[in-house]
Design a protein around this ligand. Sequence first.
Ligand code: SAM
Length: 240
Amino acid sequence: LFVDLPLSDGVRVPLDGPQAHYLARVMRVAPGDAVILCDNRTGEWLASVVETGKRDVVLSVERQLRHREAVPDFWLCPALLKKDRFDMVLEKATELGVAAIHPVVTRRCVADKLNPDRARTIVTEAAEQCARTALPEVHEPVKLDTLLCDWPGDRLLFFADEEGGEPAAEAFAFAKFPERGEGLHKAALLVGPEGGFDDGEREAIRAIPQARPISLGPRILRGETAALAGTTLWMGLAGD
Ligand code: SAM
């Protein structure tokens, strides 16, 4: 379980709300039972149940199991998609190990907002399920031109372009290995919405010096497919 307080040996962790309900009612924990906690700062800790009440559960932290993972500095910048499809992007990107998700609003987006609490729940549950010890940041959706203006100079912006770009595997490999590429380990993948980017947006993206248009093959993929295929490719090369 991810808890929002720094963990260390002997710390008492009072849980209430959904987490207490999950432990007490679903997992039916009893005093002495072991629970694994993460604080998204130091890493993963073994804790044991001290007491369970009607609405709360108190745990006592025993020892650290794992340090917080080193997260490849990769941002996924997916255009907002219809709710269930974007939920899938949040969940799978978390499982794949991204550092941050920057949702983008483009002119052809069908959806234009994201429920932050729902997004946080999806990402946290995905991280707990795949035993990550770090939560990816999930940012507020921003308009494409806001995302692009003062784009960080040390971060490559791979732009998933179904109208033609360098094969992603080559572009990513080139960037990952300093002796061959620009040696930039910071990267981002920008993916369009159901209707794609319009010409003006495409031009604005390509005008960014760090932008690298990449192709994910000859077929037209759904936005969520392109986002997750590109992320998988990059994280595979990151070899974390
Ligand atoms: N323009 C597409 C069309 O005419 O049907 C629709 C966009 S596609 C559904 C959604 C996004 O996925 C695109 O904007 C692009 O970022 C990405 N994408 C889809 N296929 C791709 C491919 N083969 N290579 C790279 N990116 C792709």
